[in-house]
Write a new protein. Sequence first.
Lengths: 280, 287
Amino acid sequence: MADAIDVQTLGVRYNLRLTRKNTVRESFKNLARRREGPGHFWALRDVSFRVPPGESLAVIGPNGAGKSTLLQVLAGILMPDEGAIEVNGRISSLLTLGAGFDAELSGRDNILLAGAFMGIAHADMLARMPGIIEFADLGQFIDAPIKTYSSGMNARLGFSIATAVEPDVLLLDEVLGTGDATFRAKSQARVVELMRAARAIVLVTHDMSWAREFCNHAILLEGGNVVAAGEPGDVVLVHEERSEVRRAGGHPERLPPVVDPGLLTAAGIPGSAGGGAAAG
Amino acid sequence: MTQTSEAIRDAYRPVRPGILQTLRDTASEIATRRRLILYLVRADLKKRGADTVLGNVWWILDPLLTMLVYVLLISIILRTDIPAYPLFVFCAILPWKWFSSSVADAVTCITTRERIIKQVNFPKVVLPMAAATGGVASFAFGLIPLFAMLVLLYRDHLTVWVVALPAVALVQFVFSLAVALLAAAITVFYRDVGNVAGHVLRIWFYLSPALYGADQIARLTADQPAIGVIYHLNPFATLFEAYRDLIYDGHAPDWLAVGLVLLASLGLLLVATLVFRRLEPAFAKVI
């Protein structure tokens, strides 16, 4: 069976000169400054891993390590500047909550709009509508414009849509702690259910118990590189040790990138990993 | 280790598709996402009508009120001698409302969808496409007061030539779409475009034969051939005259000139599509 996700020496580069605050004036300034220092930085570099069907991968790491960028590349939102990624099957992403919704439209219209953005056939979306509405449990608010929703309701609707389409590959970014206790329990049950249905999941989380409980594998990202890969328990331990050093105000020793963690079966803990042969 | 990863990097270097492939991809993306375009247009219409007492009646009133402003200014205060001036100026206001609202929507269509662009992978070309299509609705609604005027007030201007309106409108659509694609893509990188667009549109309107006819400035263009050349480079010089030929004068437009505008618009659309597709991968990084 083909891997659900195959990532080879992925690199994503951001151009520091092109930002949202760009104006013509600044570009002239930049033109003059062209020779000074690198104008870009690598948000991800040399990231390689594979996720077989039915597996789930936890991506952990400090803020700014490239976790969200990795999810965006997997979702096809960002193009790799280097390397290649292959994702087999339908992808659904819950990258930022409640996003993509049109605040003026009703919950019902937003379900259809979200489906159209995700490229799901209209008939298919209509068929799934009752399930989505039931799971989101918004009551009569489903017909109200979503600008009237609380952030929790927004998140519930987003989660319901993203998981109702039965994705082959589900990408989740920190959204499991959504809503009240009841909805949290429900959403956990849904994620476990999706995982059982032999679908791959990539979960970005700061909640280490989620990584340990629900994922078979984990990678630790730091500075855009995979620096540890393997059993979630082991990787979490490495991450926690290093976070402890950071909390104390120190700088943990720089780990060498794990260039080829392969199928994520070997515990790629520092010392035992790195320098792996290129996989075909 | 660095050598190995360098070798792997080379093996996986991304490649950029050629021109024909890019055009084919774009066409198939639009075809498969036509429902998304429809939703976006409909959501936009719903929103514009939703918060006002009169709702969609504004779509009809809006061009009429604009017309009244110009009639007051040009016909009554400046005392122009153009007969049936309300109809004369309406022939230009109607297509212009369509064009200017398309461009105004296109300028913001990518930047305001920042969150969804960062959440879902979809062909971004649907956004300017929806902006350009949404303007068609304002044009279609504007046809209601146009025909009301023709039937009730200016029956002697009404000829069978009005059935040719869709042909001229199609040419305008191609041009609007090209401008929308360029405006949308460039605004992502230069927010200045948003500030400039309103002013450019206003001066563009006054430099086009909207409030006046081509014959009013015939003397100017005859004395100064350079001005004449620039004047005729403006696609709206041809388009406004063509609309007016069909509605106001009731005879065939200069089909050759309209055809040339169509050819130029198709060329611009080709360039705009390629520019858009070239910049598209960077949208999610920049906004």
